[in-house]
Design a protein around this ligand. Structure first.
Ligand SMILES: [Zn+2]
Ligand SMILES: [Zn+2]
Length: 351
């Protein structure tokens, strides 16, 4: 089979490798669709495994069961599945407190090869968690993969309670920022302001159902948000990008008693200088967000497949696995928003 092997930062080669053996109690999934995530791009272009290569990434996976271990009775060849990359154990302290997104046992899944390959092994311990979803007949594998990036966005906005009273300012119009805009609309936000610096992404953002798109290279985004909110600022500000400067700006976009979320990860070890007087005197609430609870993962899977939500609106390219390097370049340049790869052939989604 073919797999995309990372040999070092930015050195990704699609090569012929041995198909994984079916794990005891597990199954082999024929990968139909796998999303290229911002975190994949970061991992593939930096020394993410500290010299331990080759390695295969890819965690937004949907496909068809191709082989089942005799001791796995729940699934059969031909089943259409979406597998959330990390199952929640439901046993650790975090899970038992309802914070599945902080599950202490998520880590092990990242130690197994990912889905940028024709076939992907799903192990028994993964199947035993809440991570596996069946795709109803006729639904889209591409859309199912989008449940993964969508889940943390959905979780974030549910946690901070985005509602009809809110102006929501979003910094960053990548796939995550675009999803924040779509979810905020779904939750009834009265005004959505999307801020971006990249020309390609700005062009794409203007096609979305948002109230204002701010080109940060032309207008200071803090001034823009104040201009659009009668000088008051936004109720909810979400920084969905890897920029330290955007985190500083986010504080000044929030209105009194507003909520600021640091959603996007920044460079490892990088520190942001924040005007804490602003936080203090404005009574701001600062949150971090990562992941989703079991219920949020479930709800998002349904949402991703829902015709009314149109999760695939943010897909700009569908490509074969062998084009993974082009896909990364397109995403990094801003010419792509979301790229879905189809390992087993074709640019169009196989049904
Ligand atoms: Zn992802
Ligand atoms: Zn747990």
């Amino acid at each position: 089979m073919k797999a995309a092997l990372m040999y070092g930062p930015g050195d990704i080669r699609v090569e012929e490798v041995e198909r994984p053996a079916c794990p005891e109690g597990g199954l082999i999934l024929k990968v139909v669709s796998v999303g290229l995530c911002g975190s994949d791009i970061r991992n593939l272009t930096t020394d993410s495994r500290a010299g331990d290569y080759p390695w295969t990434y890819g965690h937004e996976i949907a496909g068809i069961v191709d082989e089942v271990s005799p001791s796995c009775t729940e699934y059969a060849v031909g089943d259409r599945l979406y597998v959330y990359p990390a199952g929640h154990c439901m046993e650790c302290e975090a899970c038992r407190r309802g914070h599945h997104e902080m599950c202490e046992n998520l880590g092990k899944y990242g130690k197994r090869p990912g889905g940028f390959a024709d076939y992907w092994a799903v192990h028994a311990d993964h199947l035993a968690t809440d991570a596996v979803f069946r795709l109803p007949e006729g639904t889209s594998f591409d859309r199912a993969t989008l449940a993964e990036p969508l889940s943390s966005v959905y979780g974030c906005q549910e946690n901070i309670g985005v509602c009809t009273e809110d102006v929501v300012a979003i910094l960053g119009a990548g796939p995550i920022g675009c999803y924040h805009a779509k979810i905020a609309r779904m939750r009834g936000a009265r005004k959505i302001i999307l801020c971006e610096i990249n020309p390609g992404r700005l062009e794409f953002a203007r096609k979305l159902d948002v109230d204002a798109v701010i080109d940060c290279t032309e207008e200071d985004p803090v001034e823009a948000v104040l201009r659009l909110t009668d000088g008051k600022g936004a109720e909810k500000v979400i920084s969905a990008n890897p920029s330290l400067e955007a985190q500083q700006q986010a504080i000044f976009m929030a209105r009194r008693n507003g909520i600021v979320v640091f959603f996007g990860g920044v460079e490892k070890g990088a520190l942001t200088e924040i005007d804490t007087n602003r936080i203090h005197y404005f009574g701001l609430w600062i949150y971090g967000h990562y992941g989703a609870t079991s219920m949020q993962v479930q709800r998002t899977f349904e949402l991703a497949l829902d015709d009314r939500f149109r999760a695939d609106e943010i897909i700009t390219q569908r490509m074969g696995l062998e084009q993974i390097n082009d896909a990364i370049a397109l995403a990094r340049s801003g010419k792509a928003v979301k790229v879905i790869l189809h390992p087993n052939g074709g640019g169009e989604e196989p049904r």
